[in-house]
Design a protein around this ligand. Structure first.
Ligand code: ARG
Length: 274
């Protein structure tokens, strides 16, 4: 089984324009709290930690690619981070109310979300993937029509399913967490789920007994994850700068290879930030 998500066909150009506005990054402010200051400022971070390999609970701690990357960026920028498994909806609400400083949860940068939150430069390229029980025999996105489909509520997987099956289609079941969505697939409550590529691949790989197959489709365009901040956040510039440093100094690649066992396509990521 080769599940390398890089093999998916990406219509890269189509998504570039969406990202233009997400690529600010102030040079004027440098270094956050400063690494030499004794008391680093602690930033409150929310996440939905059932989204391996990006964030998941491991012996009571939030672990994953996002966690390693955020820790490295915070270190670089001179902050400390306190990562809480708040859940998805509470994370978004916490960003809006200003109770959280950061949302780090495999969050796709979308035009609509940019009206409500600020985003860092893109740090990961993803695409929608359908995971299904073998017997559902899904060959393309269109085959979702007429099937019982699960999504995580309020995610791009939901939006993708709705764009094919229609909004408010009662055949789409919305779950509060990615874990509940996969449980519904496992139990047969739904025949397919629509989620992000690396998460679907990870699920299929770590649950071989579930007999889950995965496909993507040309109609799904690449999306990019960003660190989310409340609108107007003073921290965005520092984290953009820190991420760019990690892209340059090899640290990002190191973290990427640890979790994905392949090298990242740095060119695509850099272009996405243009
Ligand atoms: N990338 C998708 C989105 O932003 C799904 C993210 C879900 N993340 C999670 N930790 N459950 O909508």
């Amino acid at each position: 089984m080769t599940y390398s998500f890089k093999k998916a066909a990406f219509a890269f150009a189509a998504s570039c324009s969406l990202l233009l506005a997400a690529c600010g990054g102030g040079e004027e402010k440098s270094g956050g709290a400063g690494s030499d200051s004794e008391e680093k400022k602690v930033l409150n971070v929310g996440t939905e930690a059932t989204f391996a390999p990006f964030e998941f609970m491991d012996k009571g701690e939030v672990s994953g690619f996002d966690v390693d990357l955020l820790n490295a960026a915070a270190e670089e920028a001179g902050y400390e981070v306190n990562i809480q498994n708040t859940g998805w909806d509470a994370m978004l609400a916490g960003l809006q109310s200003g109770q959280l400083d950061i949302g780090m949860s495999g969050i796709t940068i979308t035009d609509e979300r940019k009206e409500t939150y600020d985003f860092s430069v893109p740090y990961f390229e993803s695409v929608t993937m359908i995971a299904f029980k073998e017997e559902a025999g899904i060959k393309s996105a269109e085959d979702l029509k007429g099937k019982k489909v699960g999504v995580q509520n309020g995610t791009t997987g939901q939006f993708a399913a709705e764009s094919i099956m229609g909004q408010n289609n009662s055949a789409i079941s919305k779950y509060e967490t990615a874990a509940l969505m996969f449980q519904a697939l496992q139990s047969g409550d739904v025949e397919a789920v629509v989620t992000d590529i690396a998460v679907a691949v990870e699920y299929a790989k770590s649950n071989p007994e579930a007999n889950v197959e995965t496909i993507t489709d040309e109609q799904f365009v690449p999306e990019y994850y960003g660190i989310a901040f409340p609108k107007g956040s003073e921290y965005k510039a520092d984290f953009d700068k820190a991420l760019n440093t990690l892209f340059e100094n090899g640290k990002y690649e190191e973290i990427y290879e640890k979790w994905f066992e392949e090298t990242p396509d740095m060119e695509t990521l850099k272009q996405a930030a243009q």
